[in-house]
Design a protein around this ligand. Structure first.
Ligand code: FES
Ligand SMILES: [Fe+2]
Length: 425
């Protein structure tokens, strides 16, 4: 653990603040053998988009490991160590075969589970291939994403299926993918932070597409953060005329956030519904993170295209300075944000809850237990909480009393959801 930087209470005090403490490595480092890396290696994590696996193998890096991912001619997906076990040539130059992937250098052929099917240059009676395996990880495909389990084989969990991915009247599909040059935790923290919607997403905002949920709301929402049976949620509650609008966002550890549809629907005067978007974040290594965007589109509606505003570095630098987006805010917190330099405030309760949940999970793994979110048996379809809810509730007599009413209304909505009383939608 590092010591915290001094709390500066004097003007022109920069001289006293020059040390940069190191990062919280327990929460942020994901390479093999690290506490957080072991935590991640207890879950199924998305590693690639199904559509990206064509006739060439893809070189990728996940949790600090260099790997190759491919789909062979029989349709099976494989994820294995990048370097061939013969003499180390990268399998990104390999040949995708009907069954498995063949190294380009001397033709060794590997099945998706790492078994060596052929060693063409060896004598016919060689038993090398029967004695040796290449390092491989189990994969599965779900709704257009390839997931992998990179942990100990005897701890492989059931694959979680959430209600939002299984709605009969919705089409669920993998959207685009993008990369952020920073640690995974600050990327996930962004999703537990409704306060940034009100500030970051309204700066320089002539573009109504970027206004998202903040738009014309001058009033501060009420924010509440709580644990759910499957993860965490925040409630973002506002007055809208004679109604109270409760916007709930889910975190499903370790990788998925779900967002309500209100960013779009609010402009159309319709606040209904369950999420239309999710983001999976997978650590590439300690200082790079891959996002997989996920869409849920109701039958008959046109599917969104491309990434939302501000998710990449592709815009000109000056434009990003004048109208920064999520990419700029998160990646500029340093490659790994230094918690010992932060001054957390009341809007950071979700961040604290998230860090505590992750730390608890990391320590559970160290004790040989399962972290929250790991499923030993297939539980069927899991209920999640993300949604927009509108409640009829005319304003109270005073602004103060109305704030209380907003909080009470939000809590009631949350309680009904947690008790399973609310109808799935
Ligand atoms: S290095 Fe791969 S087969 Fe020789
Ligand atoms: Fe954002």
């Amino acid at each position: 653990m590092t010591t915290r930087a001094p709390f500066l209470s004097q003007p022109y005090g920069g001289y006293f603040h020059r040390e940069v403490p190191s990062e919280d490595d327990e929460l942020t480092h994901v390479g093999p053998g690290t506490p957080c890396g072991e935590y991640w290696r207890r879950f199924w994590v998305p590693v690639a988009r199904s559509d990206d696996l064509k006739d060439l193998p893809q070189r990728i890096r996940i949790l600090g490991e260099d790997l190759v991912v491919f789909r062979d001619g029989s349709g099976s997906t494989g994820l294995m160590e990048l370097h061939c076990p013969h003499r180390g040539t990268s399998l990104e130059f390999g040949i995708v075969c009907q069954k498995g992937l063949r190294c380009c250098y001397h033709g060794w052929l590997f099945d998706v589970d790492g078994r060596i099917l052929e060693t063409p240059g060896e004598p016919a009676d060689s038993t090398l291939k029967d004695r040796l395996c290449h390092g491989a990880y189990p994969t599965l495909e779900y709704e257009g994403l390839v997931f992998a389990y990179m942990g100990p084989p005897d701890k492989r969990p059931a694959f979680p299926k959430y209600d939002t991915f299984e709605r009969a009247d919705y089409h669920s599909w993998a959207g685009d993918s993008c990369e952020l040059p920073c640690n995974w935790l600050q990327v996930k923290e962004n999703c537990m932070d409704p306060a940034h919607l009100l500030y970051l997403h309204t700066i320089g905002n002539e573009d109504p597409e970027a206004a998202q949920v903040t738009g014309d709301f001058a009033e501060m929402p009420e924010w509440e953060y709580m644990e759910t049976p499957v993860g965490l949620m925040y409630l973002d509650t506002r007055r809208v005329g004679n109604k109270v609008w409760v916007r709930i966002n889910d975190f499903l550890p370790p990788t998925l956030h779900q967002f309500p549809p209100s960013g779009v629907l609010f402009r159309e005067g319709d606040f209904g519904g369950r999420p239309e978007m999710g983001i999976f974040a997978t650590p590439i290594d300690d200082t790079n993170t891959r996002l997989f965007w996920f869409n849920h589109t109701a039958e008959g509606l046109e599917a969104p295209k491309g990434l939302p505003f501000g998710q990449t570095s592709e815009r000109p630098y000056e434009e990003r300075q004048r109208m920064p987006g999520d990419y700029d805010a998160q990646s500029s917190q340093r490659p790994i944000a230094r918690h010992a330099l932060e001054h957390l405030g009341s809007t950071d309760r979700g961040i604290i809850l998230l860090r505590n949940l992750i730390r608890r999970g990391i320590r559970a793994v160290q004790q040989g237990e399962d972290p929250k979110g790991v499923l030993r048996q297939d539980p069927g379809i899991l209920p999640t909480y993300c949604r927009d809810t509108m409640v009829d509730a005319p304003p109270a007599d005073t602004p103060e009393a109305d704030r209380v009413l907003l909080r009470e209304t939000a809590r009631k909505v949350a309680e009904e959801l947690l008790n399973g009383a609310a109808t799935a939608g």
